[in-house]
Design a protein around this ligand. Structure first.
Ligand SMILES: [Zn+2]
Length: 256
């Protein structure tokens, strides 16, 4: 993965009185929000990043609004970076890291782009903690950003092993939607009967991916899985530690 720092792409100094961006308080960061350019056949590579900066400065903003940007080849650019508050997601800038794809997210980006999204997200998790959720601008405001394909992929959990495949992300998003409905009616747990099946397997895999220890993803809701669910619920703060995957826990686990 190629990384281009602000200095390397020739960023303007922050347009603030003291020449610094407002700092981001790490303890407040809850998630990563994905954006796209919404421009088809727009500028590419560094030119796209510079164009964004110009656009944002002309709006009277302090500088380029995103914390990071990823171009059509998967190169990652430092926007405001990890330590400054972004300006791209109204209402969420002090609580999230915003990452923008400089292409249009309606079409599936190259595998390298998806890998870079995963790398940046993993880096964010390492930096701010396992509690981070993954979301899209369209879930945080009235916009279609980051486009259909990219939005569905992110909301389906930006799954690591599927990045290279031609997975049908719209189908997967629909599947998640159905699963959520099912769980609303019938939460997953050990009681009144031990739940088994794909939904349990998915929960186990997701818990593992987020650093919890539910044991092997065997699709059986056992003691270890319940303990890992409890630990996840405690880590969230706002969930009751029941060890049962109800719809709130499911949403916190996969989407936000
Ligand atoms: Zn956006």
């Amino acid at each position: 993965m190629q990384f281009v720092s602000r200095h390397e792409w020739g960023a303007q100094p922050p347009a603030t009185r003291n020449g610094r961006f407002t700092s981001l308080r790490p303890g407040r960061v809850k998630g990563v929000v994905v954006h796209h350019s919404a421009v088809e056949n727009g500028p590419r590579g560094t030119a796209a990043v510079v164009a964004f900066e110009g656009h944002h400065l002309r709006k009277g903003w302090d500088g380029i609004a995103y914390n990071f940007l990823i171009d059509e080849t998967g190169t990652v650019y430092e926007g405001r970076g990890w330590e400054a508050r972004g300006g791209a997601t109204k209402g969420w800038n002090s609580k999230s890291i915003s990452v923008c794809y400089t292409g249009h997210g309606d079409a599936k980006p190259r595998a390298k782009v998806l890998e870079s999204f995963q790398i940046v997200t993993n880096a964010a998790t390492q930096r701010f903690g396992d509690h981070l959720w993954l979301s899209t601008h369209r879930r945080k405001g009235s916009t279609t950003c980051p486009g259909g394909w990219l939005g569905d992929w992110v909301e389906a959990g930006m799954m690591v092993d599927a990045a290279q495949s031609d997975a049908d992300w719209a189908g997967i998003a629909a599947y998640f939607h159905d699963l959520r409905e099912q769980i609303t009616v019938s939460p997953l747990g050990r009681w009144p009967r031990r739940r088994r099946g794909d939904a349990v397997r998915l929960v186990q895999a997701r818990l593992t991916a987020r650093g919890f220890k539910p044991g092997r993803a065997d699709g059986v809701f056992g003691r270890k899985t319940a303990a890992a669910v409890k630990e996840f619920q405690r880590s969230q703060g706002f969930l009751k530690a029941t060890g049962v995957v109800d719809v709130h826990t499911f949403s916190a686990l996969f989407i936000q």
